[in-house]
Design a protein around this ligand. Structure first.
Ligand SMILES: NC(=O)c1ccc[n+]([C@@H]2O[C@H](COP(=O)([O-])OP(=O)(O)OC[C@H]3O[C@@H](n4cnc5c(N)ncnc54)[C@H](O)[C@@H]3O)[C@@H](O)[C@H]2O)c1
Ligand SMILES: O=P(O)(O)OC[C@@H](O)[C@@H](O)[C@H](O)[C@H](O)CO
Length: 512
C-alpha cells in the first residue's frame, strides 16, 4: 500500500476532487472542537462523525470533533490517530451495500486526535475546555469499569482506585470524565452533555450512575461541589445507535484504492443502513443531527431494548453458532441453513414476544430487515469479532429475554443453546473451533471461566458451574433448574464432534 505522505494519490489531495467531502473547513480553519469523543474506533468514525458531517452541511456550528484513542496500555503510536494525522485528519467511510456498488464519503470533521495513555493532561484539558459542549463515548462495554453485577462501578479495579486517588494521570474513561468535569468546575463551570453511544442498556442513565458513583467516592472537599455541578449542569441523554461497522481489513483498503483511487490507511467500512435515536437533553446545544436523519425522542428505551435484544442478541447467537459450524463471517452464518433457521426462530419466538416495540416499528418486518442486513457479504464482518467479550455482551443482549421467557413459564431453547455455545467457545478455544481460520475470540473473563470449568468433571457440570458462577447471567436464571439442565444437555452435545449440528436441530425441534 502506498504511503499517503509520499503517494501522489494520498487522501488529502484526492478527497477534494474525487470524493464527496462536506463543506466543512478543516484545520487550521476547522470549526471549534465542540465535541470530544472518547474511543476513536470504527463505529464512531462510521456513525457519529458521518451524522455530524451531514448536519454541518445543513447548519454550520462549532462541531468539529477531537477524537481520543482510549484504552489501557496504548502508549505507542496509535494506528488510527497516526493514519488520520498523515491524511490531514481525513479518512474514507466505505459504504458497502448488497444491491449497489461501493460508495465513499469523507466526513472531514476531526481535529488532531489524542492518545489518552500518552497525552492524559491534554485529554483532561480538552474535556475541561469551555469550547467543549459534548463529550461522547464509544469505549465498548469494557470501557465503563463495570463491576461483576454489570451495573455499578468496579471500586475493586486498581485502575479505578488509582483514578480516585488522583495523584497520577487518569486511566479509565470514567476517571477522565470526572477529572475533566473538575477542570470545568474550577475554570468556567459551563454546562456539558456526556453522550454514551455504546451498546449498553440505558446507556445514558448507566453513564450517569457510574460518573455519580465515582464522584461520590471522592474525598468530601472534592466531592460536594462537583456533585452539585454534575447534578445541575451535566446531562447524560440515552441513545440507540445502529450501523454495522466491522473492523477494517486489507480488502477494504484495496477496495477504496480500486474504486476511488485513494490510498487510505485507515478507512472504515459500513453498511448503508444507519439509525440514531437520541433523547433530546443537551445542556449546551448540539449539532443539528436531525437534519442528517437522527431521531430525537423523549424516550429512547423501547428502541434501545428492541435493538439490543433483537439485533445484538441475534448477532451474538450467529457468532457462536457460526464459530462452532466453522464459519468465519456473519453473512455465512446467517446463510447457513441450521444456524439461520435457529436464529430466525429465536428472534421471532423467543425474543420478539418479550418486547413492546415502538409504535412506528412493525416487529416481524424489523426481524426480516435485520436478517437481510446480517446477510450482507460485502462487509466481511467476522464471527470472531462479534463473539468477543461475550461475558459483557450476554448480560445486555440475552439475559433479559431469557428472564422474561422463564417468567412466562417457557424455557427458550435457542437462547439456552446460545449460552452453551458461548461456554464452549470461551472455555474451549482452539479445541472448540479453528482459531487459525476463524480468528481468536477474546474476552476479559476467559481465564476466570476456564479456571471454573477446569474444576468440573465434564461439559455438563462445567456448564452448570459457569451458568451459576460465571457472572454473565442473573442469579434467578442460574437458579432455574430446567433452564440450567437444558444448557448442560446442550453443553454435552457441543463437546462431541459436530455436536453443534445435532444441538441446532434439537433446539428447533424442542421449542419451535
Ligand atoms: N461496530 C459496530 O458495528 C457498532 C455498532 C453500534 C454500536 N457500537 C458500539 O461501539 C463500540 C465500539 O465499537 P467499534 O467498532 O468502534 O470498536 P473498535 O474496536 O473499532 O474501537 C473500540 C474503541 O474502544 C476503546 N476501548 C477498548 N477498550 C477500552 C477500555 N477498557 N477503556 C477505554 N476504551 C476502550 C478502544 O481504544 C477503541 O477506541 C462497541 O463496543 C459498541 O458498544 C459498535
Ligand atoms: O461492537 P460490539 O463488539 O459491541 O458488537 C458487535 C456487533 O453486534 C455490533 O457492533 C453491531 O454490529 C452493531 O451494534 C450494529 O448497530
Amino acid at each position: 500500500m502506498a504511503d499517503p505522505r509520499t503517494s501522489g494519490s494520498a487522501l488529502p489531495r484526492l478527497a477534494r476532487s474525487r470524493l464527496p467531502v462536506p463543506g466543512v473547513k478543516r484545520p487550521p480553519h476547522a470549526p471549534d472542537a465542540g465535541i470530544v469523543h472518547l474511543g476513536l474506533g470504527n463505529f464512531h468514525r462510521a456513525h457519529q462523525a458521518v451524522y455530524t458531517a451531514d448536519a454541518l452541511r445543513h447548519t454550520e456550528g462549532p462541531w468539529g470533533i477531537r477524537g481520543v484513542a482510549t484504552g489501557r496500555g496504548r502508549r505507542g503510536a496509535h494506528p488510527v490517530i497516526e493514519g488520520m494525522s498523515q491524511q490531514d485528519e481525513l479518512y474514507t467511510v466505505l459504504t458497502l451495500g448488497q444491491d449497489s456498488g461501493p460508495a465513499a464519503q469523507v466526513p472531514g470533521v476531526h481535529h488532531r486526535g489524542l492518545v489518552a495513555a500518552r497525552q492524559a493532561p491534554d485529554v483532561v484539558a480538552a474535556i475541561g475546555s469551555d469550547t467543549t459542549r459534548i463529550v461522547s463515548l464509544t469505549v465498548t462495554e469494557k470501557g465503563y469499569s463495570l463491576a461483576g453485577d454489570g451495573s455499578s462501578l468496579d471500586l475493586d479495579d486498581p485502575a479505578v482506585r488509582a483514578d480516585l486517588d488522583g495523584r497520577g494521570d487518569p486511566v479509565t474513561a470514567i476517571g477522565f470524565l470526572v477529572r475533566g468535569l473538575q477542570r470545568r468546575l474550577r475554570g468556567h463551570a459551563s454546562p456539558l452533555t456526556l453522550l454514551s453511544c455504546d451498546n449498553l442498556l440505558g446507556n445514558g442513565e448507566r453513564l450517569r450512575a457510574l460518573v455519580g458513583e465515582f464522584i461520590g467516592a471522592l474525598p468530601a472537599p472534592e466531592r460536594d461541589d462537583l456533585q452539585a455541578y454534575f447534578t445541575t449542569s451535566v446531562s447524560t441523554p440515552s441513545t440507540m445507535v445502529d450501523r454495522i461497522a466491522p473492523a477494517t481489513t486489507d480488502e477494504h483498503r484495496a477496495l477504496v484504492a480500486r474504486c476511488f483511487g485513494v490510498h487510505d490507511t485507515v478507512p472504515v467500512a459500513a453498511e448503508p443502513y444507519r439509525l440514531w435515536v437520541l433523547e433530546d437533553d443537551f445542556r449546551a446545544s448540539r449539532p443539528a443531527w436531525e437534519q442528517a436523519g437522527a431521531v430525537f425522542t423523549a424516550d429512547v428505551a423501547p428502541y434501545e431494548l428492541m435493538k439490543l435484544r433483537l439485533l445484538n442478541g441475534a448477532h451474538s447467537l450467529l457468532a457462536y453458532f457460526g464459530l462452532l459450524r466453522g464459519l468465519p463471517r456473519m453473512d455465512q452464518a446467517v446463510a447457513d441453513g441450521p444456524v439461520g433457521a435457529a436464529v430466525r426462530a429465536a428472534m421471532t419466538e423467543e425474543i420478539l414476544p418479550t418486547l413492546t416495540v415502538p409504535d412506528d416499528v412493525e416487529g416481524p418486518a424489523y426481524v426480516e430487515e435485520l436478517l437481510r442486513r446480517f446477510a450482507n457479504p460485502a462487509l466481511g464482518h467476522r464471527t470472531a469479532q462479534v463473539g468477543s467479550d461475550g461475558s459483557l455482551k450476554i448480560p445486555v443482549r440475552w439475559a433479559g429475554a431469557i428472564e422474561e421467557n422463564l417468567r412466562a413459564g417457557r424455557v427458550p431453547p435457542v437462547l439456552a443453546l446460545g449460552v452453551a455455545a458461548y461456554i464452549r467457545v470461551v472455555t474451549g478455544g482452539p479445541d472448540a473451533f479453528d482459531e487459525a481460520a476463524l480468528g481468536v475470540v477474546t474476552d476479559p473473563a476467559t481465564a476466570r471461566l476456564r479456571k471454573l470449568a477446569a474444576r468440573a468433571g465434564g461439559p455438563a457440570q462445567a456448564a452448570r458451574i459457569l451458568v451459576d458462577a460465571g457472572g454473565f447471567l442473573p442469579e434467578h436464571v442460574a437458579a432455574h433448574g430446567e433452564f440450567t439442565s437444558l444448557v448442560a444437555e446442550y453443553a454435552t452435545a457441543l463437546g462431541t464432534p459436530r455436536g453443534i449440528d445435532a444441538a441446532l436441530s434439537g433446539a428447533l425441534r424442542t421449542g419451535h
